[in-house]
Structure formats: structure tokens, C-alpha cells
Design a protein around this ligand. Sequence first.
Ligand code: G
Ligand code: G
Ligand code: MN
Ligand code: NA
Length: 255
Amino acid sequence: LALGRDLRRAVEQREITLHYQPQLDIAGDRVVGMEALARWSRPGYGPVPPDVFVPLAEELGLMPALTELVVGEALRQCAEWRALGHDLRISVNITASGLLDPGLVEGLSGRLAGLGLPAEAVVLEITESTLMSDPARAREVIEQLRLLGVDVSVDDFGTGYSSLAYLRRLPVTEVKLDRAFVMGMLEDPIGPDAAIVRAASEMARALGLRVVAEGVEDVVLLGTLLRTGCALAQGYGIARPSPAGHALAAALAHE
Ligand code: G
Ligand code: G
Ligand code: MN
Ligand code: NA
């Protein structure tokens, strides 16, 4: 397939780039982190969304190289920001195969040392379905990551089948409430999605987990989210994902 051939070339030539989306500490009114999001502009066609090229990379066996590229560049960028005095965390999305790759923990550990980046600055975002693909192994790797000091976040929380009871047994440190619920809350502040946001935040907090609301398209939600127990917010209402320089400017503009 031509698309696959072009993707292979893009990964080999390192033509996959990263955009960054700020994460706001609502109470402190300060950007404290960035989520790295992979971008590919296919020559002659234009942007191909990660929802398309990430699964394709998986299918084509390109995931180890893509993960390498994304993790390497995201950590390098974070180290650069921190060297400039910006105390930011970096969140990186990782698939099931990325999490279960036997070289992950050692690779990360080497990169952190090489960059002089504290492990606490790094958050790996893992979806619920990833956690469920091989729960025993996932748990082992997450334990190793926590020993290293890297944070682990459950992305798109609420869309999968993992219950909070199940989460309790995993040493994850954060959940990201799926944007569908957060956007529903904006539509109807007393409707069912708002109830889900409240209930999930409350339970996550009871488990000692940091809660991030994603899909915050309007800052009017921030007060409600904070009262609900979400410490952090991410979404178009705060800043859109953008190239590193622009994302940093957006983060600083917030101060
Ligand atoms: O950036 P955007 O909102 O288009 O992302 C769409 C989906 O692709 C999201 O679920 C996001 O987590 C995923 N995604 C974006 N970048 C990466 C990446 O570098 N690695 C993985 N595994 N998924 C990514
Ligand atoms: O699944 P994950 O959380 O990694 O997905 C991140 C995706 O969400 C990115 O593709 C990003 O572009 C998108 N996104 C970020 N903020 C918003 C928002 O406020 N609204 C919508 N609709 N999408 C958003
Ligand atoms: Mn994510
Ligand atoms: Na998400």
C-alpha cells in the first residue's frame, strides 16, 4: 500500500514531528506540563491524523521505531525547556506494544540519564484498552516505571472497561478523563456526563490519583472542574496542540 510505504519512509527519515498541548494546573493558574502529539504531513497529500498512522505503524511493524522517535524527541524537547528554566512535565502517548516492549524501561532510563532529565518530569499515557491487553505484564512494567520514577497516566479514562477497583491495583499516578464526558459537561452542567466527571474524579482522588480533564474547550468549565476534583485541564480552551515554540509561548502567555 502506498500509504504504508510513505509511512515507513517518514519514520525512517524522521519526518514525524511533534506538537505539544499545554496542561494547566487550574488552582495555580499555571501551565505545568505538555502532551506530545505525533504529526505527519504526507508528501503530496497533507496531514494524516495519528488515529490513522499510529495503528498503521503498528500493523507494519514500525511501532518500535516510531515510539523511539516520539519518546526521544519529546524527552529532548522537555530537557531543552527545563534547561531554559521552564519547569514542565512531558506526557507521551504509548501503545500496548510500546508498553510491553522489553526494552522500554531500560531505554527510558538511559535517555533520562543522557539528558539529565529527572524521571519525575516524564508521564507515559496509556489507554485503558492497553492496560487490559495483557494486565499482568502491564502491571509489571508499570511497577518498573514507578521504580524508575516515571509517572503513568490512564488516558481516555471512562471509555474502556477498566473499573476503578482494577485501577487500585495498578501503581498509576494519574487519570485523564475522556473528553467526551468533559465536553458533555460543557453542554449540560447538570447532565449525565457532568455526573460521570464528578463521580470519576471523586473516586480517582480517593485512590490518590491526579485527575486531568481533557477536551476543555471553554475556560468557563475550569471553576467547576476544580471544585469537582480535577487538578489539571487540557483542551482547545486553554491552547491547541502546536509546534514546540508556539506551545511554549502559549504556556508563558498564560502566566
Ligand atoms: O493529536 P490527536 O488529537 O489527533 O490524536 C489522536 C489520537 O492519536 C489520540 O488518541 C492520541 O493519543 C493519539 N496519538 C497522538 N500522538 C501519538 C503518539 O505519539 N503515540 C501514540 N501511541 N498515540 C498518539
Ligand atoms: O487520546 P488523547 O488524549 O491522547 O487525544 C489527544 C487528542 O485530543 C489530540 O488529537 C488533540 O488534538 C485532541 N484535543 C485536545 N484538546 C481538545 C479539545 O479541547 N477538543 C477536542 N475536540 N479535541 C481536543
Ligand atoms: Mn493522550
Ligand atoms: Na485521551
